[in-house]
Design a protein around this ligand. Structure first.
Ligand code: FMN
Length: 175
């Protein structure tokens, strides 16, 4: 069984995790999709695992940190993939990419889980999920990036085709 455990704040990582689950199931794999709210959720018996989380102000959710920390020993013994979702991954700013790598590295150092592979995945602006202050902050970020966004809609950057290929490669390696 392949476990997909994820943490999400505005929902894009949930969509990404569901996409991975559907893809793996269509290819005949048994999959368990586990949404992490606290990080204390028990880890189901599995042969391989995909963990996914998103960056907010330079950090992943506490729930993924807790889950990875508690289960690092088991995770380090099986094929694993880490899907690190962010908006920086939608662009090609070298400094932002260095930051993404530093954030992923810090996470792995703190938790002791060394992901078999880390994949930086572009997320989304989800204005429909933001409160007033987040909407303001995210409009400013969009403006800085020169992105035209509808401040009352969502704008997705996830490359589903590339993600699908990544998942297929992981499944082939895990089998
Ligand atoms: C308050 C806030 C802070 C964010 N901080 C960062 C950040 O530091 N770096 C980054 O690349 N993206 C950042 N993002 C973008 C999110 O990573 C992106 O929207 C992602 O799709 C969120 O995934 P989720 O919907 O699963 O929570 C931030 C988004 C919000 C709302």
């Amino acid at each position: 069984m392949i476990l997909i455990a994820y943490a999400t704040t505005e929902g894009q990582t949930a969509k990404i995790a569901q996409f991975c689950a559907d893809r793996l199931r269509q290819a005949g794999h048994a999959v368990e999709l586990l949404k992490l709210d606290t990080g204390a959720e028990p880890m189901p018996d599995c042969d391989a695992a995909i963990l996914a989380a998103s960056v907010h102000v330079g950090r992943y959710q506490d729930a993924i940190e807790g889950f990875a920390l508690r289960n690092a020993l088991a995770l380090n013994k099986m094929p694993t993939l880490f899907l690190a979702v962010s908006l920086a991954a939608a662009g090609d700013d070298a400094e932002e990419w260095t930051d993404l790598e530093r954030i992923a590295q810090g996470f792995q150092t703190r938790t002791g889980w060394q992901a078999g592979k880390t994949c930086q995945v572009a997320g989304a602006f989800r204005f429909t999920q933001y409160d007033f202050f987040r909407r303001l902050a995210m409009r400013w970020i969009a403006w800085q990036k020169g992105e035209e966004v509808d401040p009352h809609g969502d704008r997705e950057y996830t490359d589903w085709k590339a993600l699908g290929a990544e998942i297929d490669a992981f499944a082939a390696q895990a089998a």
